[in-house]
Design a binder for this molecule. Structure first.
Ligand code: GLC
Ligand code: CA
Length: 553
C-alpha cells in the first residue's frame, strides 16, 4: 500500500497570533510570543501549527486585510522573526502553515491604491472594476445603479464606488477588502509567486482564506432570487439571492489544481481550504477523481453538531462516503470566526472531553483552535465596542436575535487572550491593557491549573494525541462503524495493516453495559468506564478505547 502523505496523518493546532502570547508587554500577542510557547504545543502533541495572518495590514479585519504579503505587521515583529518561527517549529519536528488570503487585499495595498487611481494605470485591471449600467426605463433620470445585483457575503451590495475611475470595485467580504482579478494572468502569476516566496522560506503549506470565492462569473450575470435570508454552512446563498455566480465557480476548482501543482514544486505541502457549500463542493475542491486539488478542506457543517450518537454516526457515514481514501476529511469544531465548541455543550467539560476523544480518533485530520484544549469559553462583549467590523454592520438588529439563532456575530468573543495561568491577564501579557479583554474565568480555566490536574480536559487531549501518534490505525487507518451497540453509544473500529483499534463513546447521561470483548484498555475518559468478563461499562458521557482481544494494538 502506498504510504499516505504527512498532511493526511497530521494534527493541526490553530494559533491566533494576536491572542496567543505577548512577549514584549504591549498587550498584543506576537511572533516571539508564539516561539516562546512552541514547547507547549509540542508537549501537547500537535504536529502542525496554523497561524492566522500576521502580515502587514491595517487590521481592519484583524489581519485578513493584507497590505503586503511578504512583510510582517510591525506589532508582530519583523520578517526575520517569521523566518525564525519556521525554523524553531522545524527544530521541534513540527510543521507550520501560514494563512494565505488570496481572494482580496486590503484597500491600503499599494496594488489597490494604484489600481483605483485611474482607468489606465498598469494595475488598472488587477481588481474587478465595472461601470455602472445606464438607468433603465422607469428609473430616476440620472440615477445609476450598481453594476449588478450581487450581494457580498456579509450582506448588502459588494460593489463600491470610486470617484477617480467613476467605477465600482467588487468586494466579496467587507468594503475594505477588494477582490483581486484572477482572470488577469499577471495577478495570478504574482499571487502564485507569493505562494512560492513563502514555500521557498520553508513553510509547510497554507490555510486558504475564503478560497471558494476566488473566481466570479466572467460575464457578471445577476444572481437569481432565493427565499434564503441567512447563509448556512452547506449553502452560501443568502440575503434573498442564490450565490450562483459569485461563489463556487468551476474556475475556482480548476485553480485549486493549479495551486496544488505550484506547491508540488516544493514537495508535499499542505493546502487547507476554507470553503462553504457542503460536501460535494468540498470534494470538487479536493479533486473530483483523485486528490489532485486542495489536500484538505474544512467541513464547517459539523460546527453545528448535535451532541448525540445519531448525529455523529450520520456525520461519519456521510464523510466516509464523500471522502474515501485517498481523500482525507478534516474534523473541526471551532475557529476564530465561530463559537467556541464548548458553548454547544453547555460549557460541560465532560462532553468536551468526549467531543475531542471523537475528534482525535476518527478517520480525519483534527484541527483544534487555541484554548479549546482547556475549554476556553465565549466571552460576551458589547457589539458597540467591538474591534471586529462584523457586529458594527448588524448593530441595528437586537443582539438577542443572534443569540437565539446561536450565531456568534461579534468574533472578538472567541478571540480573547489565551489563558496560561491564574496571574494577571491570565499570564498572556504584562501590559496594563490587553488588545481584547481576558475572559474573567481565567482564574479557573487556564493551562497551569489543568496541567496539574490528572482528570482535566487538557490532560485528556494530551493523552489522546500521544495515543494517536503511536498507532497507525488512528493516524491513517480505515474506519468502520460498529453495529449493535446500545442506544446513545457510538462505536467505530479503525484498522491499519498492523493493528485494529475500537473507540466507544456514550452520548447518554446514564450508564451503559454491553457485550464487548476487551482484555485491557488503552484509554478511558473516566475511571468509571470499565471492562470485565467480556462486558464493557460506560459511565454517562463516558468513552473508552478498549484493547480488543483480537487486535494487537
Ligand atoms: C475568512 C476568515 C475571516 C475573515 C474573512 C475575510 O472567513 O476566516 O476571519 O474575516 O475570511 O478574509
Ligand atoms: Ca506584543
Amino acid at each position: 500500500m502506498p504510504t499516505s502523505p504527512w498532511y493526511h496523518k497530521t494534527s493541526i493546532y490553530q494559533i491566533y497570533p494576536r491572542s496567543f502570547y505577548d512577549s514584549n508587554g504591549d498587550g498584543i500577542g506576537d511572533i516571539q510570543g508564539i516561539i516562546q510557547k512552541l514547547d507547549y504545543v509540542k508537549q501537547l502533541g500537535f504536529e502542525t501549527i496554523w497561524c492566522s495572518p500576521f502580515f502587514a495590514s491595517p487590521q481592519a479585519d484583524s489581519g485578513y486585510d493584507i497590505s503586503n504579503y511578504t512583510d510582517i505587521a510591525p506589532e508582530y515583529d519583523a520578517s526575520s522573526d517569521a523566518l525564525q518561527l519556521i525554523e524553531e517549529v522545524h527544530k521541534r519536528g513540527m510543521r507550520i502553515v501560514f494563512d494565505m488570503v488570496m481572494n482580496h487585499t486590503s484597500i491600503e495595498h499599494s496594488w489597490f491604491e494604484e489600481s483605483r487611481s485611474s482607468r489606465d494605470n498598469p494595475k488598472a485591471d488587477w481588481y474587478l472594476w465595472r461601470d455602472s449600467p445606464l438607468p433603465k426605463l422607469g428609473e430616476g433620470l440620472g440615477v445609476r445603479g450598481k453594476p449588478n445585483n450581487w450581494q457580498s457575503m456579509t450582506g448588502g451590495s459588494g460593489w463600491h464606488y470610486v470617484q477617480e475611475r467613476n467605477q465600482y470595485y467588487w468586494a466579496s467580504f467587507l468594503p475594505f477588502q477588494p477582490d483581486l482579478n484572477y482572470r488577469n494572468p499577471e495577478v495570478k502569476r504574482t499571487m502564485l509567486d507569493t505562494v512560492r516566496f513563502w514555500l521557498g522560506k520553508g513553510v509547510d503549506g497554507f490555510r486558504l482564506d475564503i478560497f471558494n470565492v476566488i473566481f466570479k462569473d466572467a460575464e457578471f450575470r445577476d444572481n437569481p432570487f432565493s427565499f434564503k435570508f441567512l447563509p448556512t454552512e452547506t449553502d452560501p446563498s443568502a440575503f434573498f439571492q442564490e450565490a450562483k455566480y459569485t461563489i463556487n465557480q468551476p474556475e475556482s476548482y480548476e485553480f485549486a489544481r493549479e495551486l496544488r501543482s505550484v506547491c508540488d514544486e516544493f514537495g508535499e505541502k499542505l493546502l487547507l481550504g476554507e470553503v462553504s457549500g457542503g460536501r460535494s463542493v468540498i470534494r470538487k475542491f479536493m479533486g473530483a477523481q483523485k486528490n489532485d486539488g486542495l489536500t484538505l478542506v474544512f467541513d464547517f457543517e459539523m460546527m453545528n453538531f448535535e451532541f448525540t450518537a445519531d448525529y455523529f454516526r450520520e456525520l461519519i457515514q456521510s464523510i466516509e462516503t464523500y471522502f474515501p481514501n485517498p481523500f482525507m476529511p478534516v474534523y473541526v469544531f471551532s475557529n476564530h470566526d465561530r463559537a467556541r465548541s464548548i458553548r454547544r455543550l453547555g460549557n460541560d467539560v465532560r462532553k468536551a472531553k468526549m467531543l475531542h476523544l471523537l475528534q482525535l480518533t476518527v478517520r480525519g485530520v483534527p484541527c483544534m483552535y487555541y484554548g479549546e484544549e482547556i475549554g476556553m469559553t465565549n466571552l460576551k462583549l458589547p457589539f458597540a465596542a467591538a474591534l471586529d467590523p462584523i457586529p458594527h454592520k448588524f448593530k441595528s438588529i437586537p443582539r438577542f436575535i443572534f443569540d437565539l439563532l446561536g450565531m456568534t456575530i461579534n468574533r472578538d468573543e472567541v478571540r480573547t487572550p489565551m489563558q496560561w495561568d491564574a496571574s494577571r491577564n491570565a499570564g498572556f501579557s504584562s501590559a496594563e491593557k490587553t488588545w481584547l479583554p481576558v475572559n474573567p474565568n481565567y482564574e479557573t480555566i487556564n493551562v497551569e491549573s489543568e496541567d496539574k490536574n490528572d482528570g482535566s480536559l487538557l490532560d485528556a487531549i494530551r493523552a489522546l494525541l500521544k495515543i494517536r501518534s503511536e498507532h497507525t490505525a488512528l493516524r491513517g487507518g480505515s474506519l468502520e462503524l460498529i453495529d449493535g451497540l446500545p442506544d446513545d453509544v457510538l462505536g467505530y473500529r479503525r484498522r491499519s495493516e498492523e493493528e485494529e483499534i475500537s473507540v466507544l463513546l456514550n452520548f447518554g447521561k446514564s450508564e451503559k453495559h454491553f457485550q464487548f470483548k476487551s482484555e485491557d484498555c488503552i484509554f478511558r475518559l473516566s475511571e468509571q468506564d470499565d471492562w470485565k468478563n467480556g462486558e464493557i461499562k460506560l459511565s454517562g458521557y463516558g468513552g473508552m478505547i478498549p484493547r480488543d482481544c483480537f487486535s494487537q494494538a
